[in-house]
Ligand binder design. Structure first.
Ligand SMILES: O=C(O)c1ccccc1NCC(=O)[C@H](O)[C@H](O)COP(=O)(O)O
Length: 310
């Protein structure tokens, strides 16, 4: 149960247009309740309360206590406050996966993919209809933005992000900080980093840039060597792609083995080649927490219901 409880909370203070004024006592008081607060509250609690960090880590002891109280319960957003200050926090990608699991639903990440080097062509698919259908049950949405081989675009990401109330992953071959910034400004809540496309230093830099903007990162691996490198980042989410990106060959056995090697506490996403409820169950039995599905959902959005209940 404790694995399902968020590891951090999102603090809107850094998103405010200007810093908050310092705490003040109500006028006409003889003694200072703020001074008293400083005397009676443990320093760590005060620091937690007045921090300006965007993501604040929840101590393991507190997470353990919540597990004992029977949490997690659904997260409630202060939408009126968000409207008032003209911002919205990133929709947590990892948290949405955990929330779906705690509701007893298989967390499916539905992908919007118009074409692929493996030969898939979406044809004249009605994108808005597809988004409405998957928004009814998927835990998150993945949007491929790469234009040449996948027919994606930044416009597609912007449109998808503003039309669904799901965390949105920007899926692309991200190799520069500019792409990470674009993801954020287009409304992505998470970004894909493919380990084998990046050197360690690049991976670390892009990972920390994305997380400091409040986005989650789906760190994608294919084999043992990728996994070893990915774990050095201490990531919240790892995706295991069964597709070898160079040969396009699928290796489900390798994928299941790697899923089984990912330490507990990290959200494990199985990516590619999921075509049926049986495929999903097999991956779940191998340790996958979430399932990223592109081609088969684009071909048949009705498959979502079967995957959610598998
Ligand atoms: O989909 C491809 O053919 C492909 C080829 C080369 C690099 C990446 C590729 N796909 C990106 C993905 O990771 C998949 O779109 C995603 O996992 C969904 O896979 P699927 O359900 O098999 O469409």
């Amino acid at each position: 149960m404790v694995d399902l409880i968020p590891e951090s909370w999102y603090n809107v203070v850094p998103d405010l247009p200007e810093p908050l004024p310092p705490p003040m006592d109500p006028p006409g008081r003889d003694s200072s309740s703020i001074g008293l607060l400083n005397e009676i509250m443990p320093r760590a609690v005060l620091e937690h309360q007045f921090t300006v960090e965007r993501w604040v880590r929840i101590p393991d002891e507190v997470r353990g206590a919540y597990a004992n109280f029977g949490r997690p319960t659904p997260l409630l957003r202060a939408k009126k406050l968000e409207e008032r200050i003209g911002t919205r926090p990133p929709r947590g990608f990892a948290d949405a996966i955990r929330a779906a699991r705690s509701r007893g639903v298989n967390p499916v990440i539905a992908e919007l993919k118009l074409a692929s080097p493996s030969g898939f062509r979406a044809g004249d698919v009605d994108v808005e209809r597809y988004l409405r259908t998957v928004a009814r049950g998927a835990a998150a949405l993945s949007v491929i933005t790469e234009p040449v081989a996948f027919g994606g675009s930044y416009d597609l990401l912007r449109m998808a992000s503003s039309s669904v109330d799901l965390p949105v992953l920007m899926k692309d071959f991200v190799v520069t900080s500019g792409q990470v910034r674009s993801a954020h400004s287009l409304g992505a809540d998470a970004v894909l980093l493919i380990v084998r496309l990046l050197r360690d230093a690049e991976l670390e830099l892009l990972y920390s840039e994305a997380t400091s903007m409040g986005m989650d990162v789906l760190v994608e691996v294919h084999d043992e060597h990728d996994l070893e490198r990915a774990l050095r980042l201490r990531p919240r989410v790892i995706g295991v792609n069964s597709r070898d990106l160079l040969t396009l060959r699928m290796d489900g056995e390798l994928q299941r083995r790697i899923l089984g090697m990912i330490p507990g506490g990290i959200v494990r996403v199985a990516e590619s080649g999921i075509r049926s409820a049986d495929d999903l169950r097999r991956l779940r039995d191998s340790g996958a927490d979430a399932f990223l599905v592109g081609t088969s959902l684009m071909e048949n959005p009705g498959l979502l219901e079967e995957l959610l209940d598998a």
